[in-house]
Design a protein around this ligand. Structure first.
Ligand SMILES: C[S@@+](CC[C@H](N)C(=O)[O-])C[C@H]1O[C@@H](n2cnc3c(N)ncnc32)[C@H](O)[C@@H]1O
Length: 244
């Protein structure tokens, strides 16, 4: 027996309701359990995977003569986009960059970010912007790294393309710079995007992400699947992007 793909279903992103998303996130606890949908134990595995991915990316831009050196120069300015409570800011970005800007629509999460941050680390947090990424206008040519994780499903396809185009213009021109996207991948057998009504977001397929990156004038310079997550979760893929 063969099955045909379903015809004429509306695109999953048509169902996104950004007010409903914010209402959901306002109701969630400001901790790793809330951020990671009841799987707080995946945070450490995720951060190790991200740190290794970023290290390889940065080393690929190092002159060969300096590759044997252990340490990399800190990045000048980066942003944690859709940052939540700053899990990635605190667990990764603050240790690789001089300045980390934070963009997150829910203020109670960015308030939590500062809890437990002191001294030099606190000083590394730059601008805190309480906006959805669809409304964030970033400074041109400013960023070495724009890290987007587990939040882009709250933007429609059109908003995501427009946002990624702004990110492209936001990358530093005179230094190595990247947009990183790390997201769940749709496991639908027809590679369709999946709408989740709990927090009103879509889980996109790898094919869909690639098409949207291309539309935004971006090319993939590195990509890999996250290893070590529980089998019942969606596969997670990380992409590093540069202007085409
Ligand atoms: C699953 S959490 C991930 C947080 C963080 N990136 C991490 O990996 O720990 C999703 C985050 O997306 C935020 N969010 C919701 N709507 C958004 C939007 N339109 N733009 C950016 N972030 C949004 C939520 O408030 C929440 O903090």
């Amino acid at each position: 027996m063969t099955f045909d793909p379903p015809l004429h279903t509306p695109p999953a992103d048509a169902a996104i309701d950004q007010q409903a998303s914010i209402a959901y996130w306002e109701s969630v606890s400001a901790d790793n359990n809330g951020m990671l949908g009841g799987y707080p134990q995946t945070s450490r595995i995720d951060l190790v995977g991200s740190s290794n991915f970023l290290m390889k990316l940065r080393r690929s831009k190092q002159p060969a003569s300096t590759l044997s050196k252990q340490s990399l120069e800190p990045l000048e300015r980066v942003a944690d986009c859709g940052a939540g409570i700053g899990r990635i800011t605190k667990g990764l970005l603050i240790s690789v960059a001089k300045k980390v800007d934070v963009v997150e629509p829910v203020k109670k999460f960015t308030d939590e970010l500062f809890a437990g941050l002191e001294g030099e680390d606190k000083g590394r947090v730059g601008e805190v912007v309480n906006l959805g990424l669809q409304d964030w206008t970033l400074e041109a040519g400013a960023y070495d790294l724009l890290w987007n994780q587990w939040c882009l499903g709250h933007l429609t396809d059109a908003q995501l393309v427009a946002y990624l185009s702004r990110c492209k213009d936001g990358l530093a021109k005179s230094r190595a710079s990247w947009i990183v996207v790390k997201e769940n991948m749709s496991s639908d057998i027809w590679k369709k995007d999946i709408y989740d009504e709990e927090d009103s977001h879509v889980t996109r397929s790898d094919d869909k992400f690639r098409a949207l990156f291309m539309e935004a004038g971006l090319k993939i310079v590195a990509t890999e699947l996250q290893k070590g997550f529980p089998k019942e979760l969606y596969p997670v893929r990380v992409y590093a992007l540069r202007p085409e």
